[in-house]
Design a protein around this ligand. Structure first.
Ligand SMILES: [Zn+2]
Length: 273
């Protein structure tokens, strides 16, 4: 059965949406697209950016993801560019003033700095929580794409009554809706933001690159490949049904498609809306 989508028209436009880059990596297309040889197209390099997103709304600042400390540990050969705390400084955002963090999922590169935001409501996928906290409880985090320290910060938010788990499509702020999808991980949240120029879909790792949206190509890392295809289909429905602009999570070409933010922020951020 098809998931019922939340129509972004019910949301109030956000004032500004930024994509913020903190690290990068160069990858082979054949390394990141599952079963790439079957497509019969030449191999080549892709520039992979590591991003988080900032939504300025009438209810304050929402971050989608928080990046991680690349200088402390490069998991896959990531190259640090501007650390997330430094990015926030350039954007003139005081972490204590952030109202909400939506975690797209619990991988290291998306929740590493979650502890910087002690006052924020944390919105996460219920299935994502169940999966990782199940592994944590059974001591099975070794070799996984997240750590005990990362999950302990989620735990702290829960203990403090700041964690909101989402299991169905939901509006989580005046300008923001989330749709849970599986695939790359069990409980990814695809984030929709209404803007004055129409809706934006922040796909995060439900679609790392534009090719995945255009051709339906699964990413190489998945917990369920059918759910990954369903997630890509859901994102494309948002484009078709609501005219949404889709922003993949790790594609460097986003920085060519949108203008740099004004002033010092332009060093790290492009304006999506
Ligand atoms: Zn990622």
């Amino acid at each position: 059965m098809e998931v019922e989508l939340i129509d972004p028209a019910v949301l109030a436009p956000a004032r500004e949406v930024l994509s913020v880059k903190y690290a990068e990596r160069r990858v082979r297309r054949s390394d990141v697209f599952h079963d790439y040889a079957s497509y019969g197209v030449p191999d080549g390099w892709l520039e992979m950016d590591y991003n988080f997103w900032v939504i300025h709304g009438d209810d304050g600042i929402t971050l989608v993801d928080t990046g991680y400390d690349v200088a402390a540990r490069d998991w896959l050969g990531e190259v640090p560019v501007t650390s997330p705390p430094e990015c926030l400084e350039l954007l003139q955002i005081d972490p204590a003033s952030v109202a909400r963090v939506v975690t797209s999922h619990f991988h290291y590169d998306h929740i590493g700095h979650l502890g910087l935001f002690p006052a924020a409501e944390v919105v996460s996928g219920g299935r994502e929580y169940d999966y990782w906290f199940g592994k944590r409880a059974s001591g099975a985090l070794n070799g996984e794409f997240t750590t005990e320290a990362d999950l302990a910060v989620v735990q702290r938010a829960e203990d403090e009554g700041r964690l909101r788990l989402v299991r169905e499509p939901a509006a989580v702020a005046p300008s923001i809706a989330v749709h849970p999808v599986g695939g790359h991980c069990p409980g990814e949240l695809v984030v929709t933001v209404q803007t004055a120029n129409g809706p934006l879909v922040l796909a995060s790792d439900a679609a790392h690159f534009y090719e995945q949206i255009e051709h339906g190509w699964p990413f190489f890392a998945f917990t369920d490949i059918d759910e990954m295809r369903d997630g890509l289909a859901l994102i494309n429905r948002m484009g078709k049904e609501f005219g949404a602009t889709i922003v993949p999570g790790h594609d460097a070409r986003t920085r060519e498609r949108f203008p740099a933010a004004p002033g010092a922020a332009g060093k790290v951020a492009v304006v999506l809306a």
